[in-house]
Ligand binder design. Structure first.
Ligand SMILES: [Zn+2]
Length: 213
């Protein structure tokens, strides 16, 4: 059985209490600073799926496209024309993949619930995107390593997730209230991850992280 204080990113044990609300506990890892919800508070797969089914991210919705452009614009500057990419965790409406295709890139998509073709995970890519995905990962250490291994040398991993800004801000942070959000990264955590993987890292705006292999 796994120690519930074990960090799902760096595997260190002894995560310390960070916050508790009426539904869940949150621990913070001493080594990589990841804030995480112990697995005993995770939703069942059925309940998790039901939460995702509520999200309607329509491919043509202009508001959603604007939201995604926060990642798309800096990513486009980092990758060559006609690159090949994977959108990991695309959700029910693969809008980002569609936007990247419109920009001349070839795209594969993967989502454990909505596009579960694992064959696409056997290929190599020039870039991998994960927008609003890492906060859902039960095993972010394994999952991020897997995404990183799919990148060709010089490739880019583009992540969008809201960042922890400190203990005080966390107490009123709406992002933690989504029951499917179980991992919360900070700049410090990404710095740790980039160092571990000798990635060249760049923060873009408040919630986009570009990691170059
Ligand atoms: Zn850790």
């Amino acid at each position: 059985m796994t120690d519930s204080t074990q960090c799902p990113l760096c595997n260190a044990t002894g995560g310390s209490p960070f916050f508790t609300d009426k539904r869940r506990e949150y621990l913070r890892c001493t080594y990589c600073a990841l804030v995480f919800v112990p697995s005993s508070f995770h939703l069942s797969v059925v309940k998790e799926r039901a939460e995702y089914d509520k999200h309607e991210n329509a491919v043509e919705d202009p508001g959603y496209r604007r939201f995604l452009s926060r990642l798309l614009v800096p990513l486009n500057e980092a990758i060559a024309p006609a690159s090949s990419g994977l959108d990991f965790g695309c959700g029910p409406g693969p809008a980002l993949a569609q936007m990247l295709r419109e920009g001349g890139h070839s795209m594969a998509i993967y989502d454990p619930f909505y596009a579960p073709d694992t064959a696409v995970l056997q290929h190599s890519y020039d870039f991998v995107t994960a927008t609003e995905v890492v906060e859902h990962m039960h095993k972010p250490g394994d999952d991020l390593s897997r995404l990183w291994s799919m990148l060709r040398p010089g490739g880019t991993l583009a992540v969008m997730t809201k960042l922890v800004l400190g203990a005080a801000a966390f107490t009123t942070w709406h992002y933690k209230n989504d029951p499917t959000h179980v991992c919360f990264f900070s700049r410090e955590t990404w710095q740790w991850w980039a160092d571990q993987n000798t990635a060249e890292m760049k923060f873009e705006g408040a919630d986009v992280i570009l990691l170059r292999k």
